[in-house]
Design a protein around this ligand. Structure first.
Ligand code: XMP
Length: 516
């Protein structure tokens, strides 16, 4: 959406770390975008990239269905950096040769630099070798003409390369991962030294450019936005409000499945600190009724999703002629939907799916280019409260998918009380921002306990705390035993109807973060 005068285009060949390349470059205040390797040449040219990066990928260049980008890329007169598979493809497309290595090189390797200019500028006086991260099966056997070696490693005589006349460089290692200690230097040398970019992409410039674009796109029309209380929709609302003021109306649907106190800081902020038009709909009983007797997770998700659409549509109609729907789509959602290894969705996410088509609304997605941490930075810049900005992610279907089996008012009450304790203890111990998510789950079983002289037969609460960077993978948080102990004691003592607490020690994959 935004037009950036300088940009680095990354062509994705399927590596797990492609997104990291974009992040590392944006951290240097240079704008960067990822596209599938199939991007047609004329579209690539129309983007006027300042530099192009060919990412890594799991394939072998000689595989029958190997991902191959247009070789004309090397005729564009634009600097190109090949990383891992991208380096091998650069060789093959320019007349070199790649072969299966006898030994797969995976993990840390020692890089010896022979040429301290280009990608390795500034490393003249460094140590004799540098730690880098390798992960490849094939290796380059013969250089394409015009190329020479700039660094080697034990197993890769061609660990880094440059073209002697043209601005083409390549590395067999992964500069984007933290294990490559000189990774940032290498990427900086590419974007600033070789491409000649300037570090000018900041949140401030993003806000200015985006506000202008929203104003141009919207004109005099009306925009609606579903405010969930989460970070993304709050930032979207604040940004669009800044651009078009009261042409924007936000609708907050309280589905009765929120955590205690959740959303309030956002609603208070908008009500007290801004003049945002905000419709606050209390639909608790509507949703509880829809969920009555329903135990199947997907069915619950569907009912919550459709219920939301129903209410949202009803409220939106009252506003008369609305042309646009604003959504907090983030960059990872955009890339996930273009990546070529089409994966089936594991759980149905996207709670407002289908709304724009049904209501004949055009979409405004001003965060489409941003990663989560950038959205947070943007939110702070827009003046949103820190507490709201650093809120842990919370799923659209809310506590509905943290109560296993049927959702009832009584079970919601039990879960909410336990969940408050979890959050209080996690916050008090200083772990709230260290973990990705921390929450309670109510299990559909009862177990035997003993309280005083009597036998009890009551509910079980599972505690779920995970570390993650992007929710695609996650590991259970190694919480200290004393925090676990306090949470368990308090839940069992304070929440009536619970006599057991267990800690979930599964990672994702193969488990997921939420239990349903
Ligand atoms: P899973 O359970 O798939 O969750 O590992 C990954 C991340 O996504 C959140 N999540 C959702 N977010 N609507 C959302 O907006 C949903 O339906 C939904 N389901 C899961 C989850 O909390 C975690 O952060």
């Amino acid at each position: 959406m935004t037009s950036h005068s300088e940009k680095i285009i990354i062509l994705d060949f399927g590596s797990q770390t492609t997104q990291l390349i974009a992040r590392r470059i944006r951290e240097q205040k240079v704008y960067s975008e990822i596209h599938p390797y199939t991007l047609p040449l004329d579209e690539l040219k129309a983007m006027h990239p300042t530099g192009i990066i060919l990412s890594g990928g799991p394939a072998s260049v000689y595989d029958e269905d190997a991902p191959i980008s247009d070789p004309q890329i090397f005729e564009m007169g634009v600097p190109v950096l090949g990383i891992c598979y991208g380096a091998q493809l650069m060789m093959v497309q320019n007349g070199g040769r790649v072969e299966k290595a006898e030994k797969r090189e995976f993990g840390k390797a020692d890089l010896v630099i022979d040429y301290t200019a280009g990608l390795f500028a500034g490393m003249e006086t460094g140590p004799s070798h540098y730690q880098v991260w390798m992960s490849h099966g094939d290796r380059i056997e013969e250089l394409a003409s015009g190329f020479s070696v700039t660094a080697t490693s034990n197993h890769s005589p061609y660990a880094a390369l440059r073209h002697e006349q043209k601005p083409f460089v390549a590395v067999q290692f992964h500069p984007e991962v933290a294990h490559t200690l000189i990774g940032n230097d290498v990427l900086r040398n590419f974007i600033f030294g070789i491409c000649g970019c300037k570090p000018e992409w900041t949140m401030h410039s993003f806000i200015d450019a985006t506000v202008k674009e929203i104003q141009e796109k919207v004109g005099e029309e009306k925009v609606i936005c579903a405010l969930s209380g989460g970070v993304d929709s709050s930032v979207v609302a604040a940004l669009i409000h800044k651009a078009i003021g009261d042409q924007l109306t936000c609708i907050y649907v309280n589905n009765g499945l929120m955590r205690t106190g959740e959303s309030e800081s956002i609603l208070n902020f908008f009500n007290q600190k801004t003049s945002l038009q905000l419709i606050d709909v209390n639909a608790e009983s509507f949703f509880l009724e829809k969920l009555q007797g329903i135990a199947d997770p997907e069915e619950k998700r569907k009912r919550i999703g459709f219920g939301f659409i129903e209410i949202f549509e009803k409220e939106a109609k009252k506003l008369g002629d609305v042309k646009f729907l604003a959504q907090g789509t983030l960059y990872p959602d955009v890339i996930e939907s273009v990546v070529f290894r089409g994966k089936a969705p594991i759980k149905s996410h996207h709670n407002v799916g289908g709304l724009p088509e049904r209501m004949h609304l055009d979409l405004i997605e001003p965060l489409r280019e941003l990663f989560k941490d950038e959205v947070r930075e943007l939110g702070l810049e827009l003046g949103l409260p820190e507490q709201a900005i650093y809120r842990q992610p919370f799923p659209g279907p809310g506590l509905g998918i943290r109560i296993m089996g049927e959702v009832t008012g009584e079970r919601l009450h039990i879960l909410r009380q336990a969940d408050v304790i979890v959050l209080e203890e996690i916050r008090d111990a200083g772990w709230y921002r260290k973990v990705w998510q921390s929450f309670a789950v109510l299990l559909p079983i009862q177990t035997v306990g003993v309280m005083g002289d009597g036998r009890t037969y009551e509910h079980v609460i599972a505690l779920r705390c995970v570390d993650s960077i992007d929710a695609m993978t996650a590991d259970w948080s190694r919480l200290p035993y004393d925090i676990l102990g306090r949470i368990s004691n308090r839940i069992i003592n304070e929440v009536r109807g619970v006599n057991r607490v267990v800690y979930d020690i599964s990672s994702k994959p193969p488990s997921t973060i939420e239990w349903e």
